[in-house]
Design a protein. Structure first.
Length: 267
């Protein structure tokens, strides 16, 4: 079992520790291990609101690379694409996604995230809106398949190039060095269609992280490093945004100083 397998082998434990269902509840205690913040959901909401007219919604394909056991980044995408393919290196993470898709009684509860996107960000107060978005995402989410960022072909079972490729907190945690990060961005460039988009989130300034009680060293990313890697690969960077975590919000699972959100287009 390699390092990535060890890090994410327990997909459910990862979800409950990093993506609590109370994250949007202002009355709930602050959960210091959470990766999610309302800022990230706002970034994804704004991206799809601003750019969804740039592709044909009736045929567009979205590929999520290294999505772990998560679906939150797909909620805003669902109305604007025809097909979504989730991918991850770890089978148990893919199983979590498929459990949700198939309405398994043991599936993780993402309802708070759907309410955040649909009710709060989109302002849709229709009592059926959340259920309709869940149904839409289940319909367009075609599969959860294996991926390996270090392989020559990252996602063998999905035809590329795709219209939108997204990756969240994966490139900064799955690779071993800045050099490997840069070479992976070049591979991703080849996976995106002409005029297509690459959307990503990354931890910034992180040198270590904790998975299941074990600490792993990480290389540190900054927005400047990310921008340079994207542009060198051939992307045009359209949005480069940062959420700088206040000292009181920094958590016990890594030493990150903030989070970055990047939108790039292949031109």
């Amino acid at each position: 079992m390699d390092v990535m397998q060890k890090r994410y082998d327990d997909g459910r434990r990862y979800l409950t520790s990093r993506y609590p269902t109370t994250v949007f509840d202002k009355e709930a205690p602050r959960i210091v291990t959470s990766l999610m913040s309302p800022w990230i959901t706002e970034c994804y909401h704004k991206f799809y609101q601003q750019y969804h007219t740039e592709w044909d919604n009736s045929t567009a394909v979205l590929l999520e690379v290294g999505g772990g056991p998560c679906i939150y980044s797909l909620i805003s995408a669902a109305p604007y694409v025809a097909e979504i393919y989730h991918s991850d290196y770890v089978e148990r993470c893919r199983d979590e996604v498929l459990m949700w898709k198939n309405k398994d009684s043991k599936a993780y509860d993402w309802s708070a995230y759907f309410k955040q996107f649909v009710n709060t960000l989109e302002g849709n107060s229709d009592p059926n809106a959340v259920a309709e978005r869940e149904a839409r995402l289940r319909s367009v989410l075609k599969d959860a398949v294996p991926c390996d960022l270090k392989a020559d072909v990252v996602v063998p079972s999905v035809a590329v190039p795709v219209n939108i490729l997204s990756s969240n907190f994966c490139l900064d945690s799955s690779l071993d060095s800045i050099e490997q990060y840069r070479s992976t961005i070049k591979k991703i460039y080849d996976m995106v269609a002409h005029q297509g988009f690459f959307v990503s989130t990354s931890m910034l300034g992180t040198t270590w992280c904790d998975f299941s009680g074990k600490q792993y060293l990480r290389y540190s990313l900054s927005l400047d490093v990310i921008k340079h890697a994207y542009e060198k690969a051939g992307f045009k960077v359209l949005c480069l945004d940062e959420y700088e975590k206040p000292l009181g919000d920094r958590n016990i699972v890594n030493d990150t100083t903030g989070q970055g959100f990047v939108v790039a287009q292949k031109i």
